[in-house]
Design a binder for this molecule. Sequence first.
Ligand code: SF4
Length: 61
Amino acid sequence: MKYYVNENCIGCGLCAGTCPEVFEITDEGVAKASEAPVDASLESSASEAKDGCPVGAIEEK
Ligand code: SF4
């Protein structure tokens, strides 16, 4: 599974707090998902981050 962050992101930081291995806040103040496929061991926390995004900005790729 891969994820990407769409233009709805408001930079709240929740995803990076929930799954920092996959999501980071860039210098532009919005989140970015790792380009690499998410390791199986991180899938549940990445999915939790996706579900927890308050504006639905995280999508599966
Ligand atoms: S949880 Fe959603 S709105 Fe918040 S930083 Fe992550 S992608 Fe952006």
